[in-house]
Design a protein around this ligand. Structure first.
Ligand code: NAI
Length: 324
């Protein structure tokens, strides 16, 4: 059986991979893939990394030296891959869409939690505090939501918002044909939206898309949702805007420096990222640990497509779902 090194393994990953795997001896490592852990892939034919594993030139060189034949990402995003370093040397494949519903539904969950203050109510009633003071929200019906990125997740989030009776404005440099919602410029979206939700990938163009300048163009009291990638938002400017009320609330499933913290129990750590500590302490922030994808359906699809990607390659060299 071919050996495959699986990095950053969690119990919820193993459940589905163990159930669906027939052809491989998967070696599960809790460690992330970094220059220091490349040697764990020794003797393996492929690696299965996740969103916060390092796939820079050093790691890709190391994997090639170890004779690794394929990098099979078990995620959609591939901003952590140095594609120039991989090109022509080792195929990199991914799971392009495992459950866009999971992420879109979670995004609406963040918005409802934030706006209706369900996170606060939950703790109050457990403490037998049944006061409603400070829990006033607003109707989503009739509000304008600006959706940046109208791919698989963005389009489903838009349909959910339309179901709530919200007006949708969208921005995407590659608009979909015959859309049921209007596309506008980024400037118009920023200026007119009551809620802004990010559903675009992290690229050179989108890095820090939300920064001091773009925040200044937004309506006062806007809500910001980010379930895409942390680096889309410049955190210091976000924090300032949350403090001065320009941004009334933020629902964040990602954070720009999340790699060291997210997916792990760091509750006993005293060396905490200062910005992250400040963000989680804000009453108008709901921050989760890159959890939007985490449904049974998504985990099943991740395992199935990753194994299919490996099967196709090891059968006859077919590269499915290549990272371009
Ligand atoms: P997709 O590839 O189907 O759609 C992305 C859309 O963004 C495309 O329509 C593209 O044209 C657009 N886009 C590209 N550059 C843009 C720009 N400069 N401004 C605005 N739009 C731009 O991707 P999908 O599946 O909808 O995923 C979106 C993002 O969600 C992923 O890139 C990933 O970062 C994130 N994600 C987060 C998860 C989580 O658990 N929080 C899980 C899965 C994905």
């Amino acid at each position: 059986m071919k050996k495959i090194a699986f990095f950053d393994a969690k119990p919820y990953d193993r459940t589905w991979f163990d159930q669906l795997n027939q052809h491989y001896h998967i070696k599960y490592y809790e460690h992330k893939l970094t220059p220091d852990t490349i040697s764990l892939a020794h003797g393996c034919e492929a690696v299965i990394p996740f969103v916060n594993d390092t796939l820079d030139r050093t790691v890709i060189d190391g994997l090639c030296q170890e004779g690794i034949k394929m990098i099979a990402l078990r995620c959609a995003g591939y901003n952590n891959v140095d594609r120039d370093a991989a090109r022509g040397r080792i195929p990199v494949v991914r799971v392009p869409g495992y459950s866009p519903y999971a992420v879109a539904e979670f995004t609406m969950g963040l918005l409802l939690t934030l706006n209706r203050k369900i996170h606060k109510a939950y703790f109050r009633t457990r403490d037998f505090n049944f006061s409603l003071n400070g829990l006033v929200g607003f109707d989503l019906h009739g509000r304008t939501v600006g959706v940046i990125g109208t791919g698989k997740i963005g389009q489903i989030f838009i349909r959910i918002c339309q179901g709530f009776g919200m007006h949708v404005l969208a921005y995407d440099p590659y608009p979909v044909q015959d859309a049921s919602f209007p596309y506008v410029s980024l400037e118009e979206l920023l200026a007119k939206s009551d809620i802004i939700s990010l559903h675009c990938p992290l690229t050179e163009q989108t890095r820090h898309l939300i920064n001091r300048d773009t925040i200044a163009q937004m309506k006062d009291g806007v809500y910001l949702l980010n379930t895409s990638r942390g680096m889309l938002v410049e955190s210091e400017s976000l924090l300032d805007a949350l403090k001065n009320g320009k941004i009334a609330g933020a629902g964040l499933d990602v954070y720009e420096e999340e790699t060291e913290f997210f997916f792990e129990d760091r509750s006993d750590t005293v060396q905490r990222d200062t910005l992250l500590s400040l963000l989680v302490s804000m009453p108008n922030v709901v921050l989760t640990s890159h959890q939007a994808f985490l449904t049974n359906e998504a985990l099943h699809n991740i395992a199935q497509v990753t194994l299919d990607n490996l099967d196709a390659y090891f059968k006859d060299g077919t590269v499915l779902n290549a990272v371009q």
